[in-house]
Design a protein around this ligand. Structure first.
Ligand code: COS
Length: 385
């Protein structure tokens, strides 16, 4: 189904048109095969980069696409409807460019055209094996030695681990807690930066995360992004925006599942009628469509706050929570509409169901999103008293 979108400019409509062409022509024909083989689609991402889709929400002067976040998110949605791994890659790359774009010094900002240009791929290293939710407790340490930071520790669940060209590393340069964390930007070929074997994941098998071991990796001192001790704030702000990307991925994935289920329900007959004519199936489709519209509206409302320069982190948490829980429900229901056919890999709903699960976990589990939302409610209430 074509989604009726309210886009702010004619340029945005053209961009969505181009994205649809790429998604249908380049992504859809390859997704199932790459996912089955577990092959990382580096060339497809180059095509995406050449089309200018790897730096969309950053200013044109920095080499980005100069698009509002609400437009960028709708591009992600269209990509996710054809191949989630690619949309997630674009979202994670965009997240990985945030530290330099928002906090980089003059010299670092000169790197932005390269980071956003489409040839390079970024990674964001926050989580560690002993903890991902309690990010402020991270223990990877960087110690200053002459003109370098020497980094020791292990990062976990790193999207593009082993594939990325640059890595943001959130590491401890000071005492315990959030104020002891700094952000470093390392090139992939940094000696001692050691990507491990990719994880054997349930879904998104074309783009599995990997651990990165830092074994005395030397990162030049001028690659610290932002002031010492500001790393946690940078990481949280990057995630606020990144969570909207994940929400958009969820909306796109769910839309693909609904479209497939609607087509199947129209063709498949039982008891002499298309199964979609039975209320049990038709109402299921109606609920799926309604939940998708609600998730899209919530996500774009948060994006518009961001575009207007207003606080949006609580709204981003709500969008990520609602959209990804929604995608899990909708892909589950899509499998149900197809019945036995939905449980085998002949139809993509089987893969989409597996892929939806990870969206409830990445960039802050949905329990963390609830924590962010409930804290804003209770602390806001306390401040108002
Ligand atoms: N934007 C800017 N600053 C933020 C922020 C945000 N969204 N969230 C927190 N901060 C700041 C706080 O203002 C505080 O600063 P001050 O000390 O100057 O007041 C500091 O960071 C610490 O904040 P807080 O006390 O809320 O930190 P907590 O340790 O309690 O953790 C949560 C907060 C749970 C929100 C954080 O740990 C989190 O998001 N965890 C999940 C991490 C995650 O998403 N991992 C996935 C990795 S990518 S796959």
């Amino acid at each position: 189904m074509t989604v009726d979108r309210m886009l702010p400019t004619e340029e945005a409509s053209e961009l969505l048109g181009l994205t649809r062409e790429i998604a249908d022509g380049e992504l859809a024909p390859r997704a199932a095969d790459f996912e089955a083989r577990g092959e990382f689609p580096r060339d497809v991402l180059r095509t995406i980069g050449q089309a200018g889709l790897l730096g969309l929400p950053y200013p044109e002067d920095d080499g980005g696409g100069g698009q509002p976040y609400e437009v960028y998110l709708q591009v992600l949605e269209v990509l996710a409807a054809r191949w989630l791994a690619i949309a997630e890659a674009v979202s994670v790359h965009t997240l990985s460019c945030f530290p330099v774009a928002a906090y980089g010094g003059e010299r670092q900002r000169k790197m932005l055209p390269d980071l956003l240009g489409g040839d390079l791929l970024g990674a964001y290293c926050l989580s560690e094996p002993q903890g991902g939710s309690d990010a402020a407790a991270l223990i990877t340490r960087a110690v200053r030695d002459g003109e370098d930071w020497v980094v020791t520790g292990t990062k976990a669940w790193i999207t593009h681990g082993g594939q990325a060209d640059f890595y943001n590393i959130f590491c401890r340069t000071g005492g315990p807690g959030p104020s002891g964390i700094s952000c470093l930007l390392a090139d992939a070929d940094t000696p001692g930066l050691l990507p491990q074997k990719p994880e054997n994941t349930m879904g998104l098998r074309a783009s599995p995360p990997a651990q990165i071991v830092f074994d005395g990796a030397r990162v030049p001192a001028d690659r610290r992004v932002g002031a010492e001790g500001v790393g946690f704030r940078i990481a949280m702000q990057a995630l606020d925006a990144g969570r909207l990307g994940i929400a958009a991925c969820a909306v796109g994935l769910a839309q693909a599942a609904l479209d497939h289920a609607v087509a199947y329900a129209g063709e498949r007959t039982q008891f002499g009628r298309p199964i979609g004519d039975f209320q049990g199936v038709g109402f299921m489709l109606a609920d799926m469509a309604t939940q998708i519209s609600a998730a899209r509206a919530l996500t774009l409302a948060a994006a518009r706050l961001k575009d207007a320069g207003r606080p949006f982190s609580t709204e981003a948490a709500k969008a990520k929570l609602f959209a990804t829980d929604m995608a899990m429900r909708v892909t589950t229901d899509a499998v149900q509409v197809l019945g036995g056919a939905g449980y085998v890999a002949d139809h993509p709903v089987e893969r989409w169901f597996r892929e939806a699960k990870v969206l409830q976990i990445v960039e802050g589990t949905n329990q963390i999103q609830r924590m962010v939302i409930s804290r804003a409610l209770t602390r806001g209430a306390a401040a108002a008293q």
